[in-house]
Design a protein around this ligand. Sequence first.
Ligand code: PMT
Length: 414
Amino acid sequence: MNMEKNKQSNSILAGKFILLGITGGIAAYKAAELCRLFIKAGASVRVIMTPAAKEFISPLTLQTLSKHQVYDDLFAGTKRYTVEHVELTKAADLFVVAPATANTISKIAGGIADNLLMTTMLAARCPVLLAPAMNTQMYQHPALLENLRKLRAWGYHQVGPAIGELACGDTGAGKMAPVEEIFAAAGRILRQNSSWQGLKVLITAGPTREAIDPIRFITNHSSGKMGYALAEAALERGASVTLVSGPTNLEPPRGADLIRVNTAQQMYEAVLEHFDDAHIVIKTAAVADYRPAVRQKEKIKKGESLTLELVPNPDILATLGKRKKQQILIGFAAETNNLEQNALRKLKQKNLDFIVANNVTQEGAGFNTDTNQVQIFFAGGDSKCLELMSKKELAGCLLQEVDLLLKERNTTGS
Ligand code: PMT
């Protein structure tokens, strides 16, 4: 079975560019074997070592195996590496850190960039696989466990640690996963990361703003975090992503084709322009249902009272539901009451494949939070209630549901 797994990893690794980070632990010597496996599978490997790693294994060994200079010094020579490490991350398909010490794991979680491996890590936008290795007591320290949990929530991958006899004589969890396991995990990640290649994904995110006068507007609390997390998750799977975003303070996901809009009407036009070409459409945006009938040219002056006449905005998702051909169409529903009833109505009315309903009154769910808790209702009648989790994790779960729909369509040919 292991041989079968390794065969699959071999084929996906051919031609891939792997960054192999080695940190200062006794398991560092095993990184040489991992490097050899990657090379044998046809990958191109560049090795980055921390200063402590060089105490455990010679850079020359890794240089010989990878057939490339080993990167180990942030301030080497003409400081060219400070630029080169950013170039390396742009080319990398995967960054594997094996062994990953408690020190390095915690530095990543804290955003500390005090050596070449760390500066490269913080610049990296490719998936990262960590193979923790340390003493059992260190591994069980709440700070370390919390840091690993945080990194997983951010989308870092982890393999191991294994349980066994450690170099210090203790027995327990903390041993670096066997290199074959790390190699297989790398293959799995790369396979997942190319699974949406050729697919076009259209995502909307954030709020819309409907102007009352030159100073004021109607809007809502959407931060764009849910939609941006979905865009990142789709990019990680290799899809080409068009992100139509209302005003947010978020960093645009690298690689997405970002279209900024303000109003619901602008979002409607941008979405319709890209809809026909899209394979998957996810409407996370909190679109204002109404806009002022008239946008006053001058600032409205204070008076006794003010009555605003509002007119409905186009329902973008309902329009898409009518136009839908091959697309998988997914909506969100932000509800404060009757979640199921309202979500099911929108699912049907808007002709969706599934709808993701969040009760926005619940702590940690909905608008402007880093977490969300949702219930998914499918067109076929099924439903699923997911736990509270980070928006990043939720994005992964939702795309897995899309994967299942894609597979279903491939098998039925529809
Ligand atoms: O952005 P965050 O801070 O991360 O918050 C995430 C979120 C709470 C905004 C998100 O999880 C969410 O629930 N988005 C949907 C918000 C919403 O507008 O729900 P709705 O029930 O009003 O709309 C239902 C669906 O129709 C949505 O997919 C919406 O994009 C779409 N719609 C609504 C009105 C309209 N005029 N056009 C639309 O396309």
